[in-house]
Design a binder for this molecule. Structure first.
Ligand SMILES: [Zn+2]
Length: 113
């Protein structure tokens, strides 16, 4: 399952943060789910408890927040957001856009103890 590998990658990252902070467990973790990551929020919620079993992340509260696509237009210079995976400037409809966000599943914040 696609989501399971995404969650596993996020957990690795969270464990690295935990080690760096010298904390022993994670109370909650907030993720930003980019429109282009193609992951399903419900599937993530299902995978999370499996991925964190027997790790310091076990029992952590998971919050998933959707992140729109952030586009920068090279034609007219506008920045726009999009909730569908359409790579077109919302202002001038140009396809000459750069994706600046909304691509991945990333950790927005973590509460550790
Ligand atoms: Zn534009």
């Amino acid at each position: 399952m696609h989501e399971l590998s995404l969650v596993a990658a996020v957990c690795d990252e969270a464990l690295r943060v935990l080690a760096r902070e010298g904390a022993s467990r994670v109370l909650s973790i907030r993720l930003l789910l980019g429109v282009l990551s193609c992951a399903d929020r419900d599937a993530l919620a299902l995978c999370f408890p499996l991925a964190v079993r027997d790790t310091p992340l076990e029992g952590a509260r998971l919050e998933v927040e959707a992140e729109p696509l952030l586009l920068h237009c090279n034609e007219c210079g506008s920045d726009s957001k999009s909730w569908d995976a359409l790579l077109v400037c919302a202002v001038c409809q140009s396809g000459a856009v750069e994706v600046r966000g909304g691509r991945d599943l990333v950790i927005a914040s973590m509460e550790v103890q």
